[in-house]
Structures are given as structure tokens and as C-alpha cells.
Design a protein around this ligand. Structure first.
Ligand SMILES: Nc1ncnc2c1ncn2[C@@H]1O[C@H](COP(=O)(O)OP(=O)(O)OP(=O)(O)O)[C@@H](O)[C@H]1O
Ligand SMILES: [Mg+2]
Length: 345
């Protein structure tokens, strides 16, 4: 398989069927999904409940086998085991023995992961400090808050200092402060050069954290791309509201900058591409008119996501609909901006 050094995870045409029981119909949960995760990035695997996120992660973790396609981590097929020492994993619902203390559970995992006895205590102390649990190290897990348990789970995933960390819904069930703490930990991981893969459906966290995302709906990848692809999209629109603009100035904005004008009389609203806003403002102000407001049309990940889910509902199940491949197209679709067809192919 051609693999490039910057590529940490490669998923190609992965299919997963579940057999609910003898004689029952096979249920296809992943319909040939493909995506890549690159070194050093925080990758968000985003989708609604039941989309197939955990199933995909279990395949990557070697906990279940795919029905078809291939998946590799750090260039090794996920059915191999050697590369696992470079991989950390926080499951969806980590279960801890709650009569143990934070220190004891980490000691246990350090032992399991083969951290040598002589460096184990030091490693556990470092981890406790790293996730901000030193003060509670000797309290039993049953006294921990959800956020503290989740941080224990992250510490557990890091016990053997892996290069790649997989997190299944690391923020679920946490309050805003708990989420912020986990976000900060994830950002620090990236700061240390780690690659982070996370399953989530909390879009604000994705927007704040992720470098790239793939959106999965009903077992199909709908979008894959960089967050900036739509956040800094040159083609994005802004609305300019101005007053006292002479008709010839308005006409120039319309003709030379492709502005769409609404309203008449004193105040007009002009919708135009963001890249023309500066020029238009100069023209308006230079002509002695007033600028009332400038409002960029922000397409949020939420709109893109809802759009993807809606499209997914229409296509599913089993239609031959072609998935939209880039967030650029998604942003356009969500904003109702028409784009050239070639982008969606
Ligand atoms: N062992 C199994 N047997 C049969 N069906 C399964 C099995 N595991 C998962 N599924 C089904 O596969 C689909 C995808 O489930 P999965 O847990 O991967 O979704 P998810 O995206 O992680 O959802 P959530 O956001 O709720 O965690 C669901 O329809 C689920 O019911
Ligand atoms: Mg899940």
C-alpha cells in the first residue's frame, strides 16, 4: 500500500456488516468509508448517534474486524499488533474499578502497558500532574466527578507515551468547565506533536479544536476537509448596509464587484463577496456616504452538519447517491451559495 510518512491513519473502502442473529438479515453499518488522518493533527470524526463512529474506531483498535476494505495505522494493517505500543485509546464508556484511587488505577494500566517497575511511579506522578489530578491522586475514583474520570481515562490512554491517541466522545456528559479542561488537554497533546483522532458530535468543540474533520452519516462519509476550508473561504459573502449612497456608486458596486443590492431610498443593503468588501467600503466612504454595518455571512459547522444529515437521510439507505467530498462544497450548500459542479465530484 502506498503510504506517506505524514499519514497516520488510512481507512480505505471499509465495510462493516453486523449479523443480528442466525437467519436474520445482515445489517450494513459502514458502506465503504475512506479517510486519512495526518501526523500532528487533531482529527474530528463527526456524526449523529448511530452513524458508525464507534464501529469505525473499534475496527481501528482491532477490537472488531471489518467485513471489507482496509485500514492501517502508522503504516501497519490494523490486524497486526506490533504498532499498538504507539497507540493510546480512550473508549466511549471507560469502566474503572471505582474502589481504586486515581494513582492505583494508573499504576495498574502502567503495569499492563509494560512500563518498567522502576519508572512506573514517576510515570504515574507525571501523568497525574499532566491531567491536573495530583491533588486527588489518593482519593477513590467513586468520589471523582465525571470530568475527573474522563481526565483519568485520558491519563490511562497516555500511560505508555503513545504517538497517536484515539478518543471516543471525550467530552460527552461533561459540563462546560469539564469540556474546556479536556479541550486544553487535547490541545496540549497536539503541542507535544501527538496525533489525536476523536469521535464526537459536539460541534462547538470540533470548531474550536479540530484541524480536519470527516462527517459520517448512516455509515457513509459525507464530507472530509480542513476546518479553515470553509471558515476562511474566499468565496464567502458579506452584507454591507450603507446610507446616502449616490445611484452611480451603487451601480459601480453592482457591476464591478458583483454586489446584489436590496432596498431603496436612504438605506441599501449590498451582498457581495468578502474579498470585495474593502474596495466597496472605500468607494462608499470616498463618496461621502455612511456605512451602517458590515456583516459576514458565517456558515457554521452546525449548518454544514445539519445539511449533511439531511442529505444523508434523503440518500439512505442503500441509494447510490454520491457523497459530497469537501467542506468547501458543504459550506456552499449550507449557505445556499451556488458553486461549480466540479467541486462536488
Ligand atoms: N454489535 C453490534 N451488532 C449489531 N449492530 C450494531 C453493533 N454495534 C453497533 N451496531 C449498530 O451500528 C450502528 C452504528 O453504531 P455506532 O456505535 O458505531 O454509532 P456511533 O456513531 O458511535 O453512535 P453514538 O453517537 O451513539 O455513539 C448503529 O445502528 C448500531 O445499532
Ligand atoms: Mg459511539
Amino acid at each position: 500500500m502506498a503510504s506517506d510518512a505524514s499519514e497516520v491513519v488510512r481507512v480505505e473502502e471499509v465495510v462493516k456488516d453486523f449479523r443480528p442473529g442466525f437467519g436474520l438479515r445482515v445489517k450494513r453499518v459502514l458502506h465503504g468509508i475512506s479517510f486519512q488522518v495526518r501526523r500532528g493533527e487533531i482529527f474530528g470524526f463527526v456524526g449523529p448517534n448511530g452513524a458508525g463512529k464507534t464501529t469505525t474506531l473499534k475496527i481501528l483498535m482491532g477490537l472488531i474486524q471489518s467485513t471489507g476494505g482496509s485500514a492501517s495505522i502508522l503504516g501497519s494493517d490494523v490486524r497486526e499488533t506490533d504498532f499498538r505500543k504507539h497507540v493510546g485509546f480512550l473508549p466511549e464508556n471507560p469502566y474503572f474499578y471505582d474502589f481504586l484511587t486515581g494513582r492505583e488505577i494508573l499504576r495498574f494500566y502502567a503495569k499492563l502497558s509494560g512500563v518498567p517497575a522502576e519508572s512506573r511511579e514517576e510515570r504515574v506522578d507525571t501523568l497525574l500532574d499532566w491531567v491536573g489530578l495530583s491533588h486527588a491522586a489518593d482519593a477513590r475514583l467513586r468520589t471523582y466527578s465525571k470530568g475527573m474520570l474522563q481526565r483519568t481515562g485520558i491519563a490511562q490512554a497516555l500511560v505508555h507515551d503513545p504517538d497517536v491517541i484515539f478518543l471516543d466522545e471525550p467530552m460527552s456528559g461533561l459540563d462546560p468547565i469539564g469540556r474546556m479542561e479536556i479541550r486544553n488537554l487535547i490541545l496540549r497533546l497536539r503541542g507535544e506533536g501527538k496525533t489525536v483522532f476523536m469521535n464526537t458530535h459536539i460541534l462547538s468543540d470540533v470548531e474550536m479544536l479540530c484541524d480536519r474533520v470527516a462527517v459520517i452519516v448512516h455509515g457513509r462519509i459525507r464530507y472530509e476537509g480542513r476546518i479553515e476550508e470553509f471558515v476562511n473561504d474566499e468565496g464567502r459573502m458579506s452584507e454591507l448596509v450603507v446610507s446616502g449612497v449616490a445611484p452611480e456608486v451603487a451601480q459601480r458596486i453592482e457591476e464591478q464587484m458583483g454586489g446584489e443590492l436590496r432596498g431603496h431610498g436612504e438605506r441599501i443593503a449590498i451582498r457581495l463577496r468578502e474579498k470585495h468588501v474593502g474596495e466597496a467600503l472605500q468607494l462608499v466612504l470616498g463618496a461621502g456616504a455612511d456605512v451602517v454595518s458590515v456583516t459576514p455571512e458565517r456558515v457554521t459547522l452546525e449548518e454544514i452538519f445539519l445539511n449533511a444529515v439531511e442529505e444523508g437521510e434523503k440518500d439512505s439507505p442503500g441509494s447510490g447517491a454520491r457523497p459530497v467530498r469537501s467542506l468547501h462544497d458543504a459550506a456552499g450548500a449550507a449557505a445556499g451559495i451556488s458553486r461549480t459542479a466540479e467541486g462536488g465530484r
